[in-house]
Ligand binder design. Structure first.
Ligand code: PMP
Length: 311
């Protein structure tokens, strides 16, 4: 089942006509930047809620800026485009919205000024793991997280994910579900496509934004949920590898990953290996927020079937 439309450079294109030429493969996407955005279906409201479009498209704009990509589309334009696309595709289940910006015409680095940037957005159904009780087994990767003065993890560009991919492949090969990458000075950074929290003595701790991580929307969301509704103390600081081993609780978080409780790291059990009480509270609060089961944080949700769309 493919969706009816893809949004390309300002308009809806039928899925079957959304082609690029084969010669565009390769270098054109080397600098490509992307986002992973969610929309959650709420059965009792009969509504699909787009999640944090503004936060994602603001980061998309920052990634484009760092790659020296130019576009006439503002984050607001792209938010409206996403709502329009979800409506046109008649999405009535949890969905992933995937925007990509790339230099459409380059056959080499893309170093000339004013290269044409193309933006594509597509949607795909997504099965949420929230509330499922799933847990994951993690390891510390033998791969070092890319750093600020090599390839900045702050830029959500496709090339950065080669580092994530190497770590993920190794972890899967070794029988784990997810790797945790350390930075060049041995401090904890993040997973291949998610940020990380540990809980020690009732405090939810996450690596600081200058540890070599993506500026994650979900990480900030969890910090706000902890501070403003759950009254869980938080810290943003460096985390040592061995703190993972003695943490009471630990979880990955991300738009795609949602809240993924970690059962063990390098075979050290986290707590008693089951989902801890603080993770449980955070997951429940996050789930209620994304699905629009709570009136709080209304500004984070875009009701798709009430959005006036200017075609
Ligand atoms: N780190 C990396 C490397 C990621 O790919 C993601 C997923 N976008 C995250 C963290 C989590 O970011 P967010 O909460 O904005 O989805």
């Amino acid at each position: 089942m493919t969706p009816a439309y893809v949004w390309i450079d300002g308009g809806l294109t039928p899925w079957n006509e959304a082609h690029v030429h084969v010669t565009a493969l390769g270098w054109s996407t080397m600098s490509g930047v992307f986002e992973g955005i969610k929309a959650y279906w709420n059965d009792s409201d009969g509504q699909l809620y787009g999640l944090q479009f503004k936060e994602h498209y603001d980061r998309f704009a920052r990634s484009m800026k760092m790659m020296r990509m130019e576009t006439s589309f503002t984050p607001d334009d792209l938010s409206r485009a996403s709502a329009q696309l979800l409506q046109a595709n008649e999405c009535r289940e949890d969905n992933y919205v995937r925007p990509l910006a790339y230099f459409a015409d380059v056959t080499w680095f893309g170093s000339a000024r004013g290269e044409r940037t193309s933006i594509v957005i597509h949607t795909a159904p997504f099965k949420s793991g929230l509330g499922s009780g799933r847990t994951v087994r993690a390891c510390v990767s033998s791969w070092t997280r890319i750093g600020e003065n090599q390839l900045s993890p702050r830029i959500k560009c496709i090339s950065n994910y080669q580092n994530s991919r190497m770590a993920l492949l190794e972890a899967l090969q070794d029988g784990y579900d997810q790797p945790i990458l350390l930075n060049s000075v041995g401090k904890v950074t993040e997973g291949p496509a998610s940020c990380l929290f540990i809980v020690r003595d009732g405090v939810a701790i996450t690596p600081s934004l200058t540890s070599g991580i993506l500026e994650s929307v979900t990480r900030s969301t969890i910090l706000r949920l902890c501070r403003e509704t759950l009254q869980i103390p938080t810290q943003e600081r460096e985390i040592d590898r061995t703190e993972l081993y003695v943490a009471d609780e630990a979880f990955f978080c991300g738009t795609g990953a949602e809240i993924q409780p970690i059962r063990d790291v390098d075979h050290y059990s986290i707590g008693d290996g089951s989902v801890g009480p603080i993770t449980t509270q955070i997951e429940a609060a996050y789930h209620a927020m994304v699905r629009g089961r709570t009136p709080s944080f209304r500004g984070w949700r875009v009701p798709i079937y009430q959005t006036a769309v200017v075609a």
